[in-house]
Design a protein around this ligand. Structure first.
Ligand code: HEM
Length: 179
């Protein structure tokens, strides 16, 4: 996974819980003295190990940490990938164009990055269904992304998650303030 995730997890932990906890998390996760850089790629498993250690040390469930972190990283991703995002887009436009306009370019230009295959489908004037079926199985992170994007676009959203028997997840997004 792209280093921006690891760098931002450090930023997230340090902002929410302080620098000492970050040092303790790295130690507990067997990653003592690890330094993350945005320009590198690192193992996905390090994200999971860091979140498990963070959960052990804070008592906050891993799912809650992942969701919170998903919302936290949105402004930084939107900033990094700004040239790919049409400023005229609404939240719904961004989601419906994400694969074509953003992820396709990331896949081509950054061979180390493997953004998830997701489909967004409009199911009503104010409602989109996101089908998330990544082998990384990080649906809580996906929910956090949705919530962070809503904050970015100043939208109020209701997000309902349904787990499917095949391990994929459907996320129903209702945009309450969508004009
Ligand atoms: C609601 C919208 C979005 C959702 C639900 C979402 C979800 C996710 C999830 C869950 C991952 C972790 C990898 C995985 O699960 O396989 C991921 C990776 C990623 N996403 Fe998104 N994302 C969204 C929008 C965006 C946007 C707007 C950007 C950029 C502006 C972005 C850039 C990335 C990048 C760079 C990665 C890392 C891929 C890698 O390093 O392998 N995502 N996304």
């Amino acid at each position: 996974m792209y280093g921006i995730f690891h760098v931002e997890i450090q930023h997230y932990i340090e902002t929410q819980y302080g620098r000492d906890l970050w040092t303790a998390i790295l130690k507990r996760a067997g990653l003592k003295n690890r330094i993350y850089m945005t320009v590198s790629t690192y193992l996905d498993s390090e994200v999971v190990e860091i979140m498990k250690a963070a959960s052990d040390l804070t008592g906050v469930p891993v799912e809650t940490l992942l969701e919170d972190f998903g919302a936290f990283i949105v402004p930084s991703l939107m900033n990094t990938y700004e040239p790919l995002i049409d400023p005229k887009w609404s939240m719904a436009d961004l989601l419906l164009n994400l694969e074509e306009a953003v992820y396709r370019v990331i896949r081509t230009r950054s061979p180390g990055a493997h953004p998830p295959r997701m489909t967004f489908e409009r199911v009503g004037p104010h409602q989109l269904r996101l089908h998330y079926d990544s082998p990384r199985r990080l649906p809580a992170l996906a929910v956090g992304f949705v919530k962070g994007i809503a904050v970015y676009y100043d939208e109020t959203v209701d997000v309902q998650t349904q787990k499917n028997p095949d391990g994929s997840v459907d996320i129903m997004i209702t945009m309450i303030t969508y004009g």
